[in-house]
Each structure stands twice: as structure tokens, then as C-alpha cells.
Design a binder for this molecule. Structure first.
Ligand code: CA
Length: 516
């Protein structure tokens, strides 16, 4: 009895009072850059008949697939900050591609490290400051390179510009090399501790340079087009008309192949070039995920390791005639989220609740047996996997894109998505987070960017009857009541996430009538 008391005391001391230390799961958090849902075949999107991702599908099949997972700000650096902190941009301070994440920000790797995990970060970092909360890191600091990438390694120096001699160049293709480093991390880790590894791939971010081995993939066939490739944008506000991420109009990478064409023909041809390059990059990711899963199998780690696969945000694969991201429309809002944990998640689990990237940190901490810090804005969804728990889960998502006009001429906006409807307010103001802030010392204009504040407008979609979001129903009188309800909910969410715009009088004054 006395020994038992001492053991309980020791366990309490280490913050694991109700869990055997050795049972804490290992965690591999894999995140790609700009990997859209239709390019993961288990989502059964428009490409799933021709393009297969067997290794990603294995995670879904042996674990869970989330059909309504979303990012909260569809752009690389802020999405990464939200994943790490479990907080929205307005709280973690990373609004755009430009801000540095403060060392004072708490993150889930810091929490895991404090409570006994061996933590690592491998791959694309894109957060401007030296990674903190990791026992080991080997990272590409900015966008990184597809071929012969340069990495900085913990203990060997950090520089915001790794090409100044701080970084080391590695010969080969980035997705393969990144996985080599991940497997090396797993091999060299102290085996007596649970581990948490973040494995962040550069691919399939533009400009879609694929590995030589996939050069002939889809060489001789035309791939399916998305239903909305030739969207004429009727019924929508000016933002989608005036954005400059349109295939065949602003996409300048394939002029050599398609410059002789015009209009619809040019859009179709550029789409084919683009989607083939994109999927060839994804093929390498899937192959390399297979290597990681095989390593776990061969080292008896599969059973007690949580494997998560996601992307920093979604991406347009030609839908609405676009490539890239940023808008709150489905394709750039939705992210793939697959999770395998044989001890706790039943194989073949399908979840359609609304989760977002601020939920990942608390969920991981919860599964690890950690206390979730009270200031984290996301929620743990481990309860979804326990039949004895009836989780009282959120019914709506709050989203905000801050970089007004900074890239591709897309207005600043925020909105709400429920299971059935979406309401977006394009406030179209820079608020100090626009192009001028992003390039403060450069008079750099990207393909006709308009950096001025513009007129605000709303869009609303009935996602059940119009899942492609082609028919803006904001002014449709049949939806008046629902519209008002959504507006109230939207401003309740803004209060809940402390994103109420008091510090931006030009916007606060404009919206005060809704928020009162
Ligand atoms: Ca990205």
C-alpha cells in the first residue's frame, strides 16, 4: 500500500495521475502545403477515379476521415501559427505572411516537451523565427526549394536567410529528403520517451516541381475538369471577378505551351498543365507517407502512434476557374484531415462535424494526457472517438482572411459556415494588414493588385442546394430570416473569439449595427 501511494505521488508529480506513462501515445503530425481535398482519393472528389493516394487512404481506412475540417485563415504562415497555438490570428498575432510568431506564444509542442515528450520538427517551417518547443529541428525556413533544398538544423545555426551560408544544401527531391530526415529523427530518438514529430512537406505548393520519377504520370490523358472551371461569377460580388488567381488569365507559368490559345481553350489547356504538375507533386507525398507508415509497422510503433495528415489550407484545383487559396469558398477553406490511432479510433470512422485547425493542438494535448491550457481557443475532439461521451460540439465555423489586396487582389473578409449555409462579409479594408504592410519598403505590384480600401459587400450560399457556391442568395427574400440569424451568429462568434475590431474604427463603425 505504501509503495502504491509513493507511485501515485510520483505519477501526480509528472502530471500523469490517471495514465501510465508508457501508454502515452507517440504523435506524428504530417502537414503538407496547399493539399486540396479532391487530391486525396478517400474524399471521393472529382479526381478520385483517376488519381489514387493509397497511403493516405490507408490512414483513413485504419482510422478516421473528417469531412468538415477547415482552416481559419487560408494562407500559409497564419495557418501554421493557428495549428501550433490553437488560437485564431487575432490572438496569436500572425495575421499575414509577414508577422513573426512571438516566443512568448504557448504552443502544443512546448506543452508536450514540458511533460516528457521528445519533440521534433522536420520540413517547411515558414514562421520566420527559430522553432521553439522542440528537442530537435531540421527545417526549410521560407518556401524552401523543390530540388536540392537548403535546411537549417538545430545546433548548427539559424538564419532568416539560410542561403547566407547557415543552411546546408541536400541533393535530391524535397519530399524524399524531408522523409529521409523524418525517419532519421525516429531512428535516433531516445526510445524511453514518447515522441511527437511534426513533418511538414513543402509540396504541393506552387510552382509544382515534381520528382523526375513522376514525369510521365498522366502524360497522355486529359484529366477531369471541375464542374466550375468556367464559372462566369454571375450573382457574386466584385472580389471573385477582380481576383488575379484565374487559370488562363493571370496564370503566367504556361505561356509557352498555351500562349497561342485564347479564352475557354486557354483556360482548359492551362488547367491540364497545372493539374498534372500538381498531382505529380502529391504522388511523391503519398509515396513518402507510405515510407513513414512502413517504418512504424516495422518498428512495432503502429499501435501506439497517432498519425495525423492534413494541409495548412485548401486550394483551388480549377474550381471557379482558379488556382491558389485565400477566399472563404469551400475549396480553399476545407482541408483534408485524416487521423489514425488504433488504440482509440475505430477503423473506418467517418466524421462530419465542423472542426478547424485551432482544434488540433487541444486534441493532441488531450490524447497525450496533458492538461489543455485554458486560453486555447480550439476544442479537443477526442470525445468523438469514445461512444460513452456525447460531445456537445460547435455548429458553426468562424473564418477570417486579413491580407486585403496583398496577393491576387482578394478583399479582406470574414464569415460563418454552418452545416447548411455560409455567410461572408467582404469588408475590403486593409486595416494595416494589406499589401502596404506586407511589402512596406517596396512599391511592388503583383499582377494589377488594387491595394486601396474598397466598398464592402456580403455573399450568402445555401450549401445543401448549391454546394458549388454559384448562386449568391444574400438578397433573396426567401432567405431573409436565415440571413439575419446567421448574421447574429457571426457577430456572436466574433465576440467569442475576441475578434471584434474595436481597434479598427473604420471597420467597427461600419459593422456596429450588426454587433450590438
Ligand atoms: Ca499553404
Amino acid at each position: 500500500m505504501k509503495n502504491l501511494k509513493i507511485l501515485s505521488f510520483i505519477l501526480l508529480l509528472f502530471g500523469c495521475s490517471n495514465k501510465n506513462f508508457s501508454e502515452r501515445p507517440n504523435i506524428i503530425f504530417i502537414m503538407s502545403d496547399d493539399h486540396a481535398v479532391p487530391a486525396v482519393s478517400s474524399y471521393n472528389g472529382f479526381l478520385s477515379n483517376v488519381f489514387k493516394t493509397p497511403n493516405l487512404d490507408r490512414i483513413a481506412k485504419e482510422g478516421a476521415i473528417f469531412k468538415n475540417a477547415y482552416c481559419t485563415n487560408s494562407i500559409c504562415t497564419p495557418a501554421r501559427a493557428s495549428v501550433l497555438t490553437g488560437k485564431y490570428s487575432n490572438i496569436n498575432g500572425v495575421f499575414t505572411l509577414n508577422e513573426k510568431i512571438s516566443d512568448s506564444q504557448n504552443t502544443f509542442p512546448k506543452e508536450l516537451q514540458k511533460t516528457g515528450y521528445y519533440t521534433g520538427m522536420i520540413g517547411k517551417w515558414h514562421l520566420h523565427t527559430e522553432p521553439k518547443g522542440f528537442d530537435y529541428w531540421k527545417v526549410m525556413i521560407g518556401q524552401g526549394l523543390y530540388h536540392n533544398p537548403i535546411y537549417c538544423e538545430m545546433g548548427k545555426g539559424w538564419s532568416p536567410d539560410p542561403e547566407d551560408g547557415t543552411g546546408v544544401k541536400y541533393e535530391g527531391y524535397v519530399t524524399d529528403i524531408n522523409t529521409d530526415f523524418a525517419i532519421d529523427f525516429l531512428d535516433k530518438r531516445p526510445k524511453e520517451k514518447p515522441f511527437m514529430m511534426m513533418l511538414h512537406y513543402k509540396a504541393p505548393h506552387d510552382e509544382w516541381e515534381h520528382s523526375e520519377k513522376y514525369s510521365s504520370l498522366f502524360e497522355d490523358i486529359d484529366l477531369p475538369e471541375p464542374e466550375t472551371l468556367y464559372d462566369d461569377y454571375s450573382t457574386r460580388g466584385y472580389g471573385i471577378y477582380e481576383n488575379t488567381q484565374k487559370i488562363g488569365e493571370n496564370h503566367t507559368f504556361y505561356e509557352e505551351e498555351t500562349g497561342h490559345l485564347n479564352g475557354r481553350a486557354k483556360k482548359g489547356a492551362q488547367y491540364q498543365t497545372y493539374i498534372k504538375k500538381y498531382l505529380r507533386c502529391v504522388a511523391s507525398i503519398d509515396e513518402n507517407i507510405g515510407r513513414v507508415l512502413k517504418y512504424l509497422d516495422e518498428n512495432n510503433l503502429t499501435e501506439n502512434t497517432i498519425v495525423i495528415y492534413t494541409s495548412d489550407q485548401g486550394f483551388y484545383l480549377g474550381e471557379h476557374g482558379m488556382y491558389d487559396k485565400r477566399f472563404m469558398y469551400e475549396e480553399s477553406l476545407q482541408i483534408p484531415f485524416l487521423m489514425r490511432y488504433p488504440k482509440k479510433i475505430k477503423p473506418g470512422t467517418i466524421n462530419d462535424d465542423i472542426i478547424s485547425n485551432v482544434d488540433f493542438a487541444p486534441t493532441i494535448l488531450d490524447f497525450a494526457g496533458n492538461k489543455i491550457p485554458s486560453d486555447i481557443q480550439g476544442k479537443s475532439f477526442t470525445g468523438f472517438f469514445d461512444d460513452s461521451i456525447n460531445l456537445n460540439w460547435r455548429q458553426s465555423l468562424y473564418y477570417r482572411y486579413w491580407m486585403h489586396g496583398a496577393h491576387f487582389n482578394i478583399p479582406g473578409h470574414y464569415g460563418i459556415r454552418t452545416k447548411d449555409f455560409k455567410l461572408i462579409y467582404f469588408y475590403a479594408k486593409g486595416l494595416g494588414y494589406s499589401h502596404e504592410r506586407y511589402y512596406p519598403s517596396e512599391n511592388w505590384v503583383y499582377e494589377g493588385n488594387e491595394i486601396k480600401d474598397s466598398n464592402d459587400y456580403w455573399e450568402m450560399y445555401d450549401l445543401i442546394n448549391d454546394p458549388n457556391e454559384l448562386n449568391n442568395i444574400y438578397d433573396n427574400p426567401n432567405y431573409k430570416k436565415i440571413k439575419e440569424e446567421l448574421k447574429n451568429q457571426l457577430f456572436d462568434l466574433k465576440k467569442y473569439y475576441k475578434d471584434t475590431d474595436e481597434s479598427f474604427p473604420e471597420l467597427y463603425t461600419l459593422t456596429k449595427k450588426y454587433s450590438d
